[in-house]
Design a protein around this ligand. Structure first.
Ligand code: IDP
Length: 138
């Protein structure tokens, strides 16, 4: 069993897409073991994306991520990190495969609707950024 962090980003929450996205995730068999809705402050968004602080899009990304509420989930399942990344599709929706969440819902490369951890080490750090052990069930 593996766990990964998923975020339904502000562009998708604003368009009321939470239900549709959660349904797609659950159809793959991944289980939600933690879920909350929150609005990141600018500094919380900067902390979450700290690895990108030297990138040219960092200011815009953290402004966007703090622009409205997100839904943050911890997903669990066999090979959850890779399976959920595959379901997300490429960062840039124009390069994402047909049927992937980003291909279906993303507005552009930044407002790409969902986040997913990219490996076991980042998953552990990202899950702990949002959830205490007590908040994860199952
Ligand atoms: P990922 O979310 O697919 O793992 P990362 O490279 O880690 O992609 O980038 C984090 C987030 O930063 C992306 O999901 C997207 O919202 C934003 N982003 C990535 N590349 C660009 C870009 O070239 N322009 C604007 N925003 C970007």
């Amino acid at each position: 069993m593996e766990r990964t962090l998923a975020i339904i980003k502000p562009d998708a929450v604003e368009r009321n897409l939470q239900g549709e996205i959660i349904r797609i995730i659950q159809q793959t068999g991944l289980r939600i073991v933690g879920m909350k809705m929150l609005r990141l402050s600018r500094s919380q968004a900067e902390g979450f994306y700290a690895v990108h602080r030297e990138r040219p899009f960092f200011a815009s990304l953290t402004e966007y991520m703090s622009s409205g509420p997100c839904v943050v989930m911890c997903l669990e399942g066999a090979d959850a990190i890779r399976r959920y990344r595959e379901l997300l599709g490429a960062t840039n929706r124009d390069h994402a495969a047909e049927g992937t969440i980003r291909r279906i819902f993303a507005l552009d490369v930044e407002r790409n609707s969902c986040h997913g951890s990219d490996g076991p080490d980042t998953a552990a750090v990202e899950i702990a950024y949002f959830f205490s052990t007590l908040e994860l069930v199952g």
